[in-house]
Design a protein around this ligand. Structure first.
Ligand code: ADP
Length: 252
């Protein structure tokens, strides 16, 4: 049975430290993201984007509140169970690609399956490599590929287990504009054609415009959203947010 929501956060707070020096990185996040949706998360530097992604993906634990992924509550889950869930039911794409240099492209793609203790399915590996246009690079090592090609490998690796959610952290941050558009096109197709669910943190309005919806964070709170976003409307929202923030007294 498919869960109603791919991602659910209820009253999620994340505080770093205690007392007067405590930093409230997330101040009560409530959201639900539908399966087969592509969501971008934006906000000024320090607004809580990374903390949000880490908490939503089970890489960090909220101070309070609950996180559910495809109907499974991960809050309070034991670390080994959470690790297994991340390997089998989540996919990750990072700015720095994070491929293992000593493994070939196809071995990198098969790695999540191996780490989960299963024998890699060669056909599935070949399918996802074809999906990202890298069939002819299967036996290469990442060091022989361009940045854009390495990120394609990372997307194939993220999709290989047919995860409930793919979390992407600035996936185009290290790429030129043309290559970035190719990578975002692949994520978009994964949602539209393969039924993937993607949550992407980015600071780039052009990248965020590939999403169905953009969520805006400011000072640890969700303060706005845009459906059917365009780069111009996103940039305007960001300008408003940054200006609003500049007017908040430092001691508030
Ligand atoms: P963003 O990704 O939007 O730049 P972050 O989630 O990295 O924001 O940070 C949100 C707030 O939490 C910032 O004030 C940041 O300094 C603080 N923060 C993040 N990680 C830590 C940490 N490990 N220890 C203390 N403060 C942190």
């Amino acid at each position: 049975m498919q869960a109603d929501w791919a991602v659910e956060l209820h009253g999620v707070h994340r505080r770093y430290g205690r007392g007067r020096t405590a930093v409230h990185a997330l101040r009560g996040i409530d959201l639900t993201l539908a399966p087969r949706s592509f969501t971008a998360v934006m906000g000024p530097s320090g607004s809580g984007k990374s903390t949000f992604l880490q908490c939503a993906a089970g890489l960090d634990r909220p101070t309070s509140g609950t996180v559910r992924l495809a109907g499974t509550e991960i809050t309070g889950m034991k670390e080994n169970k959470l690790t297994a869930l991340r390997r089998t039911r989540l996919g990750f794409v990072f700015q720095a690609f994070n491929l293992l240099p000593s493994l070939t492209v196809e071995q990198n793609v098969a790695l999540p399956t191996r780490l989960a203790g299963h024998r890699p399915d060669r056909r599935r590996t070949a399918d996802v490599l074809a999906q990202v246009g890298l069939t002819d690079k299967a036996r290469r090592r990442p060091g022989h590929l361009s940045g854009g090609q390495q990120q394609r490998v990372a997307i194939a690796r993220a999709l290989v287990t047919r995860p409930d959610v793919v979390f992407a952290d600035e996936p185009t941050g290290a790429l030129d504009t043309t290559t970035a558009a190719e990578i975002l096109g692949l994520l978009r197709r994964a949602v539209d054609e393969q039924g993937a669910t993607v949550v992407m943190v980015t600071h780039d309005p052009t990248a965020a415009a590939w999403a169905d919806r953009v969520l805006f964070l400011a000072d640890g709170e969700l303060v706005d959203h845009l459906d059917h976003p365009t780069p111009d409307r996103i940039a305007a929202c960001m300008t408003t947010l940054t200006a609003r923030r500049a007017h908040v007294p430092a001691a508030a």
